[in-house]
Design a protein around this ligand. Structure first.
Ligand code: UDX
Length: 435
């Protein structure tokens, strides 16, 4: 694609950096920009500031086509500029668009004939208001396209290169085509929509997936009452093609940078426009309660948590990422500390012995150290290494060999054979159908 203008990507977080590297992999020249000088310095040396499987390798392979910069001026030659900056929840529950607005203002100030493509998740209506701002700032040549991301952390590169669909929302057909064209070489259906529709597809998709998780978690809770096994229930449901097998793993609830914030933002968005989105209230509440149920399970077995030593296995919101945003572990650790328990934790991605998100928690160098002398272990994140752990050896070092498996990750039969008391999520009377 020699001779084409480079693609600009603002933001080098999980979405921006993966997009930049993947566009380079597709053959485009890319200018990747971030205001964080430390991140850019690391990237110039070939180091990714985040952990994402395969990212550093792809960065290395495509280094010749990517330049990194901290200056908006270096984006001058880019005709298409992706915005992939953070949109964290604000205190009101709405998405905080401060970073997005700052970037758009920088682009507007430089004017010219270019397309701003929004990858960050922004409330429905943002496109229209950004276009109004651009006009007001006299940057009428700067157009707007919405191209939401559907990348899962830990599988982001695969999701970018082999997506289920590509959604392009545009005010002007030609702008939408220009953006869709950047993805040529990728075998996926491209859906061209209006801007508000594209913005809504993103929120509706994430809210639906979160609803699936809260739904199966409630089914799991009922399974515990009636002696059914949620894993088999989910399998039986998932075979119905209208339901599908994905996102039906019961556990301690969803976390991460997207689901909690997007569900909240959609609820808020509906409320702001006068609609009370009842279902989402329940989805959010079920998710919050699900983390607390683990504390209840520990209390049932140990009676008192004061003075008990609890080992948390895994802290990140899911495996294969170093991301702790909205991780269930944060609430769980805080609750356990409030109950007077001693908390020792291990996560393969966290090296320091203390972490500001886990005050009063000792972070151990390995699982064995966290489990040593523990009254119970809670498996919080299903890191594959926990599947390979010598559970019999671990059980022998615990003061009480109790495992609460928050992800239904360890086979109950294996755990029991290793001498552990085992408690999963929604496994009925414990006599699992799968044993
Ligand atoms: C998600 C969306 O999948 C992605 O399309 C979007 O763009 C960003 O948000 P991600 O946050 O990386 O991606 O995580 P995902 O793999 O979707 O998992 C989210 C959370 O749900 C995790 O905490 C996970 O443990 C939990 N989960 C997922 C369940 O509890 N049960 C399931 O069946 C699936």
């Amino acid at each position: 694609m020699h001779g084409e203008a480079p693609v600009g990507v603002v933001g080098t977080g999980y979405v921006g950096l993966v997009s930049a590297v993947c566009f380079a992999h597709l053959g485009h020249h890319v200018v990747s920009m971030d205001v964080d000088a430390a991140k850019i310095a690391a990237l110039r040396e070939g180091r990714a500031p985040i952990y994402e499987p395969g990212l550093e390798k792809l960065l290395e392979d495509n280094a010749a086509r990517i330049t990194f910069t901290t200056s908006h001026d270096d984006l001058a030659s880019c005709r298409i500029l992706f915005v992939a900056v953070d949109t964290p929840p604000s205190p009101s529950g709405d998405a905080d668009l401060t970073s997005v607005r700052r970037v758009v203002a920088e682009i507007a100030a430089r004017g010219g004939d270019r397309i701003v493509v929004m990858k960050s998740t922004v409330p429905v209506g943002t496109g229209r208001s950004v276009v109004a701002d651009l006009r007001a700032q006299g940057a009428g040549g700067v157009r707007y396209v919405s191209n939401p991301e559907f990348l899962r952390e830990g599988a982001a590169i695969q999701d970018f290169l082999e997506p289920d669909r590509i959604v392009v929302g545009a005010f002007d057909e030609a702008d939408g085509e220009a953006v869709a064209d950047l993805y040529r070489g990728i075998d996926a259906e491209v859906i061209h929509t209006s801007v508000p529709t594209a913005e809504m597809i993103k929120y509706a998709s994430n809210a639906f997936l979160a609803t699936k998780i809260s739904f199966i978690n409630e089914i799991a809770n009922v399974c515990e009452q009636v002696g059914a096994d949620v894993r088999v229930v989910a399998e039986g449901m998932g075979l119905d093609h209208r339901i599908g097998p994905h996102f039906l793993h019961a556990g301690i609830g969803y976390g991460g940078s997207c689901f909690p914030k997007d569900v909240q933002a959609l609820k808020q968005l509906a409320g702001n426009s006068g609609y009370h989105f009842q279902l989402l209230n329940a989805v959010i509440e079920v998710n919050a309660l699900q983390k607390r149920r683990v504390v209840g399970k520990l209390k049932q077995h140990l009676r008192r948590l004061r003075g008990a030593r609890i080992a948390l296995l895994g802290l990140t919101f899911k495996p294969n990422t170093d991301d702790l945003r909205e991780a269930a572990s944060i609430v769980l650790a805080a609750r356990l500390r409030d109950e007077g328990a001693e908390v020792r934790a291990y996560d393969p991605m966290i090296e320091s012995s203390e972490h500001p998100l886990f005050p009063g928690v000792t972070i151990c160098p390995d699982a064995a150290a966290a489990l040593d002398g523990a009254d119970a272990a809670v498996l919080v994140t299903e890191w594959s290494e926990f599947g390979r752990l010598d559970w019999a050896a671990a059980a022998a070092t615990m003061r009480r060999p109790l495992l609460v498996d928050g992800r239904n990750f360890i086979d109950p039969a294996v755990a029991r054979a290793a001498g552990l008391e085992y408690e999963g999520i929604g496994l009925g009377d414990g006599l699992s159908d799968l044993d």
